[in-house]
Design a protein around this ligand. Sequence first.
Ligand SMILES: [Zn+2]
Length: 281
Amino acid sequence: MDVFHFEEIVKSERLSRRHIDHIGRLTGESSCPKCGSPKSRKTEEGHQRKCSECGYKYRLYSGRWFGEVNLPARTWLWIVKLFEMELTSTRIAEETEVIYPTVLKATATIRKAIAASTDHGLEILMNGGRNRKIPVFHYADEANEQAGLIPLPEKHIHLLERLGCGHLICTDKSITYNSLECGGVTHHVVDSGKGFPHFRTYLAYPKGVWARIKEQLRKYHSVKDKNLPLYILEMEFRINNRDSGLFEKLVESLCRSIPRELRPSGTNTSAPTGRPTTVRA
Ligand SMILES: [Zn+2]
């Protein structure tokens, strides 16, 4: 979406809300969070909808990623736009005048929504960073591949997550191999820079893609290791959608329902009030 079109949709809170509502409908995600019926009508009180099937009243954001952070629609769209433009959370906070912890929560929500848009990303969200028991191998002799593969003991593996292309493998520093094999694919060690002093990272992406990921990660200074898979999924998403409207894809992901497995048990799906309590006066 170009800036002129964007300017139109953020002209007012009403237009921003309408845009999110519209995308929600296109993605089939404006249905009732209780019974799933797509039929609803606006209530007289204002922004709520009432399900025509079960009568449940819900807000636009109910049960969706957008509802995870209590922000007006217009502010949310600005945060998404600035995130698309690869600004850090600190810069986004400055530009939107939203307090930093709230921006941090919003950008973390965007990354989770991105992750939830793919099967392997969803696996990462549900996995909670625990090691997956997939065998990882190293060459007995790296100079002579014919010498065969040997399993890498699990105790050396810090993170092991499935990605769109191979896996993300983080090992402790005692592992010095240039490549590892996992799922029949060769993963090459990548220089993860100063931000990751405690482990070595292996990826199966082509070199150019990793170079881009590395450049991007440098901007974020030291990404916590448990967050590394989400940052890599974000890069994957940016690369896959670079020609097809990244902003729209981000809004679409945020409009989607949070998978039931990821909702804390016992919480209902009622949405926040949308009061701009987190915006600086
Ligand atoms: Zn319903």
